[in-house]
Design a protein around this ligand. Structure first.
Ligand SMILES: [Zn+2]
Length: 90
């Protein structure tokens, strides 16, 4: 069982959350001005980091708010969390 600390609700089981992706992914600008290769990269290509990683999660079965989580992908230890509007603490 993995607990994610929702900044609004407190620690909750990960099954209450929906993974929203890598926090570092930046959506490209104007779709008409961006190459197909750039869109393919944005939609499909992801790093597979080992160690601390910033992620977006939605507390979909709770308060429904988006949060940022810094999680060690090797140990699954949650290092910090914050509302999505704020950066996570190192
Ligand atoms: Zn919540």
């Amino acid at each position: 069982m993995m607990l994610l600390p929702c900044p609004y609700c407190g620690p909750r089981d990960v099954t209450e959350f929906t993974y929203g992706g890598d926090d570092g992914t930046v959506r490209p600008g104007d779709p008409q001005a961006v190459s197909d290769a750039r869109w393919v990269s944005y939609v499909y290509i992801r790093d597979n980091p080992r160690g601390p990683h910033d992620e977006l999660w939605q507390h979909s079965a709770g308060c429904r708010r988006w949060i940022r989580v810094r999680r060690d992908t090797l140990t699954h230890q949650v290092l910090s969390s914050a509302p999505a509007a704020q950066p996570v603490q190192p």
